[in-house]
Design a protein around this ligand. Sequence first.
Ligand code: 13P
Length: 256
Amino acid sequence: MTDTRRPFVAGNWKMNGLRADGLALATSVAAATPEQADQCDVAICPPATLLATVGERLAEIGGAVALGAQDCAVAVHGAHTGDISAEMLADTGCRYVIVGHSERRVDHGETSALVHDKAQAVLRAGLIPIVCLGETEAERDQGRALAIVGEQLSGSLPNDAGSALVVAYEPVWAIGTGRTPTEDEIAEVHRHIRNEMAGVSGIDPDAIRVLYGGSVKPANATAIAAIENVDGALVGGASLKAEDFGAICQSFAEAV
Ligand code: 13P
């Protein structure tokens, strides 16, 4: 593992939280993760409506929890009603932007080509894209998991990102279901991702962190953190409970 692959745990709050809940959760997460700051990078990705408020609260606390967004537009500014540019996200204090989450690929028909352009927009704004990949259950049952993840990877990853990029492997069937792949299955896909990244020009495959996401919780975090080529986690449901999220961060911090 290179130095740039410090463990990284990001909480994807999805479409959850009003102002009061979001501020309380961000404050509790900051309180639940101080000891991990030396060994593990931590970020929370609230819905867009809470980014500025939560960003200000995190800055006041002055801790190590970074802010991330869940999506962005490709354009810098202009006539794009309802869209939010990566530059606007940077302005709220974001450091990371999730792109290509399966919920956006499915709910909004996002293609890998669009995800690629969004990831480039994130880099253009000086932020770090977290590019999500993952097969459906039917694709895994057909023995196509590696092929699908490989196709999504080559279509979605921007060139010339160096190590300023994070990849998240999230099997669609493991998201919010309580089911996870076996440790061997996770290891196989993460190894494949590491190998396939060598084919993307201008990125450093050994330096890029590859997170696992899909039903990560305190009870399985230590085992997942120990898997080769797993450099962190993208956490959904469990990131809405500061205590659980803190315990997951602790597992990854200890896995160094
Ligand atoms: P869950 O942790 O709720 O399965 O969600 C995973 C996810 O989609 C994170 O982006």
